[in-house]
Design a protein. Structure first.
Length: 356
């Protein structure tokens, strides 16, 4: 070999090393043999997957399989690269620590003299942030659609419901006070109220309207809400203790009534219609704190962290919108809604509202 050949080979090596260096700096790289066993990885692969190089070498990519993609997805991938074609796509993987990540992936087969792949190089880029942003956008789109739907439901369902409820009231009013049918009428009215509440939740959650603040006596608000709920047979054996005095706040009374009735309803359901629910209120010049406590089983630890997310429910027919809506309304009043546990093990929901 002449010196000029040697220096040419040397500079070719250097160029290759430079390219490899640049690639390792920018991409997650792994090489596998023809049967898919990992024969080399780079630092980026180790750091995103959480596995060390020695844990990865000799394994196939099932080690980071998240289970997200159907079998056909990988069958198609393998058919493409085994046939000598480049495969590109987006893959969700699972890291050693259990968390999921997304990679934009290109797999290039290297062919031997007979045109058969003898190894594959996979070059990947982390696109987890983009995937998350896309999901958020999709969720917002769903929420906007839900808002439109809720508006239609509100119009088509709420008004007739109010009509039926009014008619029932008239019929009930014409009956003798001891008519046994009055209990039936109360039952129907309670169901209408529950339906109304659900529509109201959906509407408030999906289409939050800014509150119209008016001076409102909290005690009156509590009493109004409790008497509205008391038609439901669920409340027949519930002792509900309300504070005898409390401040007057500037709030949207109708919206806060939805919040309170949601909390009271949850409490009554938690105690299975038998027991005690207590509402207390304390205020100082800055904050007013309303606590709704029950002596039920308390919050299920499985959902405690996600309690205020929409559609989180442990109930057979629950919508999971009650607390999400309540939190939204309270936050629009510049307050907070949180949970606490009582000494007796029951649940305590805490509303804090600014007093001015
Ligand atoms: N007072 C309470 N005691 C125990 N669990 C509660 C209480 N309030 C709410 N929860 C839990 O929070 C979940 C979500 O409540 P919510 O958003 O009102 O939806 P839903 O009532 O439709 O289930 C309930 O399914 C229940 O598991
Ligand atoms: Mg509820």
């Amino acid at each position: 070999m002449s010196t000029s050949d040697e220096s040419q080979t040397g500079s070719l090596f250097k160029q290759l090393r430079d390219i490899q260096y640049a690639l390792d700096r920018s991409a997650i790289v792994a090489t596998t043999n023809a049967s898919g066993r990992i024969i080399s990885t780079n630092q980026k692969f180790c750091s995103i997957s959480g596995y060390s190089a020695s844990e990865l070498l000799g394994q196939d990519h099932r080690i980071i399989n998240s289970g997200h993609h159907p079998k056909e997805f990988f069958r198609d991938l393998w058919a493409t690269i085994a046939g000598g074609q480049v495969w590109t796509g987006e893959i969700q993987n699972r890291a050693k620590g259990g968390h999921l990540y997304w990679v934009d992936t290109t797999i290039v087969p290297f062919l031997n003299s007979r045109g058969r792949p003898y190894q594959y190089v996979a070059i990947r880029f982390d696109i987890t942030a983009r995937k998350q942003a896309e999901r958020r956008l999709r969720e917002q789109g769903t929420l906007a659609k839900l808002g439109e739907m809720a508006a239609v439901v509100a119009h088509e369902v709420k008004n007739p419901l109010a009509g039926i409820r009014g008619a029932l009231q008239v019929i009930g009013g014409r009956m003798p006070h001891d008519a046994p049918e009055l209990a039936v009428i109360d039952g129907i009215r309670a169901r209408i109220d529950a339906l109304n509440q659900m529509v109201q939740d959906l509407l408030l959650f999906a289409r939050p309207t800014p509150p119209t603040m008016m001076a409102t006596s909290l005690v009156q608000l509590f009493e109004g809400t409790a008497s509205m709920l008391s038609h439901d047979p669920l409340w027949a054996d519930v002792e509900i203790v309300l504070p005898s005095d409390g401040p007057t706040l500037r709030v949207d009374a109708a919206q806060l009534q939805v919040v309170l009735s949601n909390l009271l309803l949850n409490a009554a359901q938690a105690i299975g219609g038998h027991g005690r629910i207590e509402v207390t209120v304390e205020s100082d010049p800055d904050w007013c704190e309303i606590r709704v406590s029950d002596d039920g089983p308390g919050l299920d630890p499985e959902i405690r962290d996600r309690l205020f997310e929409p559609f989180v429910t442990t109930k057979h027919r629950g919508s999971g919108l009650g607390l999400a809506t309540a939190k939204r309304v309270v936050e629009m009043h510049h307050g907070t809604l949180t949970v606490d546990s009582s000494e007796t093990g029951g649940a305590v929901l805490v509303i804090r509202l600014p007093t001015h």
